[in-house]
Design a protein around this ligand. Sequence first.
Ligand code: NAD
Length: 422
Amino acid sequence: MESEVLEWESPMFAEAVGQFDRVAKFIGLDENVAARLRTPQRSLVVTFPFRRDEYGEVDTLYGYRVQHVLTMGPTKGGIRYAPDVNLGEVAALAMLMTWKCSIVGLPFGGAKGGVRVVPQGLTRAEMQRVTRRYTAEIINFIGPSTDIPAPDLGTNEQVMAWLMDTYSQHVGHATPAVVTGKPPELGGSIARREATGRGVVSLLPSAAAHVGLEVDGARVAIHGFGNVGRYAAIAAAEIGCRVVAVSDISGGLYNPAGLPIAKVTEWVDSHGTLEGCPEGEPISNEEVFLVDCEILIPAAVGGVITDENAHDVTAKVVLEGANNPTTGAADVILDDRGVFLVPDILANAGGVTVSYFEWVQDLQNYFWSENEIVGRLREIMSRAFDDVLAVSEKRQVNMRTAALIKGIERVAQAKLVRGVYP
Ligand code: NAD
């Protein structure tokens, strides 16, 4: 059916499917399985009223939750609040979550959700009302054994606490395992907050070794200074790298001698953004990708490394902390230029890995020590990196294709052995 219009159609969904199709062809994937994996299994679109603090102002908001594949266990994936969230974006990200969970060997399929709203201007009370009403709208779609949300762009531990509370009020008992990335007081895991950024940087030494770079003194540029970017900066500085540039929505900060990350973090905590921070020279967000550095960590939004700037990226290694930061065209350019890119579905899998630990701890009501969590995270990340590198070398493909091969093959195998119902 050539004229068929799919509800998820969007440039980002087309890119995710294009990537999948290339790999499916390359590995000779069973076409029936490929057809099932090409579209999300379940998609929910909701609209709901949102009363602003100004009592008379009521907006209609759009919310989404997509579950890509339910074969592997419950689905897992973040919830984002951003002005451009749409079904196509959420569906693409849900698919990427499936491959990500599969690469690190978690018993989850991928999901993603979001609300189309500008989170920056919302008061605490407004944020809470958006979260509680969105949760109520998707309540029959989520649950500890069906679909477990987590934080993403524009959402945080507090949002997860409201989500957990709303769900628990509806079912009549506390249900911590319905969401991960909660505050530790509610059954959140120690080290979840730092997990994604630290997980990204846990791969830095192996990636650097692969291209013959010294970690000590290596210059790192980080786009985004939220949950992922900030902890990536802290972890990079801890292992002896020089973080020369960081940025957030207000712009960037550059210091070729290395930014004092503790002071920059303090500034952001007290001022909200990097704007005006005296620890470096102000630069634009675009310049963060172009400063002289060995390692580049995009850790903010998608689609930022493009065919317009990829030629001028100076880094030898790109670790994708954000989801989908590199466009398909830029990917080819970086690859041709010999840049070693560790893709999002591998590099930022530390977040979902510790989310998995959190879910397991909540279900068992038994909590692990920080050492156990950090140790297990490192072990899983480093095994996944080695596995993907081995596929890349064996099949002579780049790390993104290798990661997709590893992710897709496990899910496809599971689908084949489960068979078709009825
Ligand atoms: P966050 O909201 O905590 O931080 C986002 C950061 O990006 C902030 O510093 C913000 O100012 C900046 N930013 C927003 N829009 C920008 C723009 N247009 N240009 C430049 N900077 C901008 O979000 P986060 O949780 O750190 O997530 C960042 C990325 O990492 C997202 O792509 C997300 O999907 C991905 N990710 C997050 C996690 C997690 O555990 N939080 C896990 C895996 C992947």
